[in-house]
Design a protein around this ligand. Structure first.
Ligand code: ADA
Length: 551
């Protein structure tokens, strides 16, 4: 299951889940493996980093699109032995269009999760890059033309709601033809008009529409509407694309973040997609359980640190009114790492793919980039600018931000609409700032004086570590008591400051990290979760809940 609803009634789709033939490059393991899953679920591969091969035969023919929702982290696709394409990044979707005679075809995917110069974003890090086809693969049977996407941008107008709609149609036909794209929403039909499409070309169609009787999307009443687009060729429906949209507008106005004109205060969690021994291939029921815990803690938002999330998770957030800061992939890269020639192209590709696929999710309130990278150097700044510019080109309807740890050295606050900072007072000590209150207000002051003035300010991380079950009378670091105490102090300081628009706890659950970090990461895990990797609550859970639910 890859979405919470049917994305097509006309286009025929098959989910290619199940058991595939699998072998590691060295043949240290050869057998069957579930797709989707991480290969670390096989006990002997729990620490395997390297290359592996997946193979399976499918019966199909005609115009075929193979859609991979996520392969970690590099995929090379072969069909019937022919190389088709290569894709980098575990957390974004890619597809290949093929035209094949009807019959049995072998799909083979070479997957690599190792670190090297070729990989600028998946590097040794404070989370783990698992291996495998970690998200679903969908085989689509296409007609002579296909709707590549339809993007819906709602706008509040004096009489109610309007929206700009943009779609892309691609011809798969051997001849030129005329097509018409229509869509329905809330029981009404609209047309994006007729277009003449030369063989093999793509074209964009655009329109502005107004809507009556709309219930807006809010966190309390997250009303979703089904948008059903149909492509007509000679009066017959040849393709369709169904998505869900919500009518809401996000704007920053002075220090406020407004949703439909109402101030939004974000109380949220940073959540890595990581579920104990299942790794980053998280099933629906586990996502649901996480969101149930997150809601129970009184949170209204999530930051998808530090990469785009599975769409199924975003669908759940849409449905539950949980606002999402979706982040393009990158964590903690130094200037030198950002100078890797692959860094910018891989980062731009990640932004392109993230926005193309996730544009319509009403829960996404902002786009984030480059967590704790080099926002204090001129070269770093040029990269922040390039990525922010690209985001603006693709979507100017959402604010942009990045989580900074450069604090009093940051030179990029002018590039974003929301200023965000990661802070760990009383955990990693702030030498010059004695209390969390001073830390927060000094940073806001600094941002004010350095081009971050009159913008919403978010604390994108606060937190402390604890080993689940470790209690200590000395209330020492790593005990549950100390984590609860530090979070209590941090949250008291942050939430009493009216200039803070939102706070995201670091972090929701404990996660695996690269083993090289063992000395500051007991068990080779980042233990700052308020639940552990099995989702068992630590003492800090109730502390966060008290702060998040107090009126
Ligand atoms: C950072 C970073 C997180 C995590 C955290 C920590 O601020 O953004 O990914 O590493 O610190 O646990 O120290």
């Amino acid at each position: 299951m890859y979405r919470l609803f049917n994305t097509h009634n006309v286009r025929r789709i098959h989910e290619a889940e199940g058991l595939w033939d699998f072998r590691t490059e060295t043949e240290s393991y050869k057998g069957k493996l579930a797709v989707p899953s991480c290969w670390e679920t096989i006990p002997s591969l729990a620490a395997y980093k390297g290359k592996a091969e997946y193979k399976k035969a499918f019966t199909f023919g005609g115009n075929i699109r193979l859609v991979f929702k996520g392969v970690s982290h590099t995929a090379r696709l072969f069909v019937d032995g022919d190389f088709i394409c290569e894709h980098y990044n575990a957390y974004t979707e890619f597809y290949a269009d093929l035209s094949l005679p009807y019959g049995e075809h072998e799909v083979r995917v070479e997957v690599d999760n190792s670190y090297s110069e070729a990989s600028a974003l998946h590097v040794e890090n404070d989370y783990y890059t698992y291996g495998g086809i970690i998200r679903p693969l969908i085989i689509e049977e296409l007609s002579d033309a296909v709707i590549n996407y339809i993007h819906f941008t709602p706008k509040k107008i004096s009489s109610g709601w309007s929206a700009s709609v943009e779609a892309e149609i691609k011809s798969l036909s051997k001849s030129d033809a005329t097509y018409e794209l229509r869509f329905t929403i809330n029981g009404e039909s609209y047309t994006l008009g007729k277009v003449h499409l030369p063989s093999g070309e793509r074209v964009k169609v655009l329109g502005d529409f107004s809507f009556d009787g709309i219930i807006p999307y809010t966190t309390d009443e997250p009303k979703l509407y089904t948008l059903c687009a149909k492509l007509y060729g000679e009066g017959v429906v040849i393709d369709d694309l169904i998505d869900r949209v919500g009518f809401r507008e996000i704007k920053s106005e002075g220090k406020k973040l407004l949703m439909n004109g109402e101030p939004l205060r974000l109380l949220g969690f940073n959540r890595h997609e990581d579920f104990n021994s299942l790794g980053s291939s998280v099933p629906l029921q586990a996502m649901m359980r996480d969101l149930a815990l997150i809601k129970d803690a009184g949170a209204n938002s999530i930051r998808t640190c530090h990469y785009p999330n599975d769409e199924l998770f975003l669908d759940l957030c849409d449905e539950m009114g949980i606002m999402v800061w979706e982040e393009a992939h990158a964590r903690g890269l130094s200037e030198e790492q950002m100078k890797n020639p692959n860094f910018l192209p891989q980062s731009l590709a990640c932004v392109d793919e993230m926005i193309a696929c996730h544009y319509n999710h009403p829960s996404i309130f902002c786009w984030g980039i480059l967590n704790e990278c080099s926002s204090d150097t001129e070269y770093g700044r040029s990269c922040y600018k390039a990525l922010f510019d690209r985001i603006y080109e693709l979507d100017s309807s959402r604010p942009r931000t990045f989580a900074s740890n450069k604090h009093f050295r940051d030179i990029c606050f002018d590039l974003e609409e929301i200023v965000s900072a990661n802070l760990y007072p009383n955990w990693y000590d702030f030498k010059d700032l004695s209390t969390p209150e001073r830390t927060v207000s000094s940073l806001i002051d600094y941002a004010e004086k350095h081009n971050g003035n009159n913008k919403p300010f978010i604390i994108s991380e606060i937190g402390a570590g604890a080993i689940y079950g470790y209690r200590s009378e000395t209330v020492c670091k790593w005990s549950e008591e100390r984590q609860a105490q530090i979070l209590d102090e941090q949250l008291t300081a942050v939430l009493s400051n009216d200039d803070v628009t939102g706070v995201f706890i670091w972090q929701f659950c404990d996660v695996r990290v690269d083993e090289s970090r063992f000395s500051s990461r007991p068990k080779a895990m980042n233990n700052k979760g308020i639940v552990d990797e099995y989702r068992r609550k630590k003492l800090a859970f109730e502390v966060v809940k008290r702060h998040f639910t107090q009126k």
